[in-house]
Design a binder for this molecule. Structure first.
Ligand code: GUN
Length: 299
């Protein structure tokens, strides 16, 4: 079998178009423009690239983008004061503090100081608890993007066996909660899991989010299964003078031979993260104003 390729780039473009259409309606009918504030502390080059991309896409869908760049040695008190200002600013519907933060800042404390209703990352402990108990919450962007692609491909996920490889707070755990919410039978596998190959072989859906290049080979995949590869790993060039290669957590060629559907790297899950951040900002804005939430853009 040769797997259907799930095109995350095209899917993300469609999500952004739907967000943009809803934003245009909000402006015209309600005089409201959603606003997203992104806070970056320090000069981590990868974070700067992400933040620039977020700002650009926010403006492209018609929202207001507020960027706050703080020095690497910003004190916790100053950062908390900025978050307090954003929490109380009615023009700001979503707040994202780019991670990782410099070591002297307590990430949990900072994230938990964001108003949960504006926590478009879904990292606040209240949102984690709401998701875990099946209540309306803000949902972390990458798992939300994976869920949208899975629902689009399968329709209903009810009764399917799903294995999530990786137990991070940002992807693995919320992904498992979302799949459970869609009535999958969910297993979380991780570095200590015994007989992981056999565990994965039982899965109709595999979500790999471990950050280990090409860890999942094709012979772990049940024929016809859907493989969602969250990993983005940079490998050094194969030959001198060559280009660095981006690979996922799954060995693409061998998995694609067996799977029914697979997300490529790059161009799979990656583009969905920012698209879902925009969707979450729109959702937060609609909730803040007591308006109907966008359809198909929430969990
Ligand atoms: N750093 C890398 N990915 C993310 C993300 O999704 N949210 C935040 N806040 N920081 C990140």
């Amino acid at each position: 079998m040769s797997a259907k390729i799930i095109d995350g780039k095209a899917f993300a473009a469609d999500v952004r178009a739907r967000v943009a259409a809803h934003v245009a309606r909000l402006k015209e009918e309600n005089g409201i423009t959603p606003g997203l504030a992104v806070v970056l502390v320090g000069e981590d080059p990868a974070s700067e690239v992400y933040v620039r991309s977020k700002g650009k896409q926010t403006v492209e869908v018609g929202m207001n983008s507020y960027e706050h760049k703080l020095d690497a040695d910003t004190s916790e008190a100053d950062l908390l004061a900025l978050i307090d200002t954003l929490n109380n600013d009615p023009a700001v519907h979503g707040i994202l503090v780019q991670l990782p933060l410099p070591g002297h800042l307590d990430s949990d404390l900072v994230i938990n100081s964001i108003n949960p209703a504006k926590d478009v990352d879904g990292f606040h402990i209240s949102n984690v608890g709401l998701l875990g108990t099946g209540q309306k919450s803000m949902v972390p962007c990458t798992p939300l993007g994976c869920l949208m692609m899975l629902r689009d491909h399968h329709g209903s996920l009810s009764g399917m066996n799903a294995v999530v490889i990786g137990r991070s707070n940002i992807v693995g755990k919320p992904m498992a909660q979302l799949l459970l919410g869609d009535s999958c039978t969910v297993t979380i596998a991780h570095s200590r899991t015994k007989d992981i190959a056999d565990v994965v072989r039982g899965a109709d859906i595999v979500v790999a989010a471990v950050g280990r290049p090409e860890m999942v080979p094709g012979d772990w995949i049940k024929p016809g299964a859907t493989v969602i590869d969250v990993g983005i790993n940079r490998l050094p060039p194969a030959a001198e003078g060559g280009k660095a290669r981006l690979v996922g957590d799954c060995h693409y060629d061998s998995c694609a031979e067996v799977a029914g559907a697979i997300t490529p790297v790059p161009g799979g899950v990656g583009p969905m993260t920012i698209a879902c951040l925009l969707a979450n900002t729109l959702t937060a804005c609609c909730r803040a104003h007591g308006l109907a939430e966008p359809e198909g853009l929430t969990a």
